[in-house]
Design a protein around this ligand. Sequence first.
Ligand code: SF4
Length: 80
Amino acid sequence: MRIEYDRDTCIGMFQCVAEWDGFEADEDAGKAILVDGEEQAENTVVREVPDDAELDAKFAARACPVDAIAVYDDGERVIP
Ligand code: SF4
């Protein structure tokens, strides 16, 4: 499973941080940080999600009020 985080869209509400420790809060920037993420394009960060973190990562994506987090399973977008 792969997660894609759009830093541009993020409004820093940090619901994702509460759901999964793969996200951390950058209070100064008012943006989330996708831990161990790779910059894929400008302001887009991606990473693979370990099997044992899939549920939490999905909760994080669903919790985001502005859909800044997308989840892909086998190349298919499953959230949002
Ligand atoms: S829940 Fe969404 S808007 Fe809030 S910090 Fe996380 S990515 Fe940003």
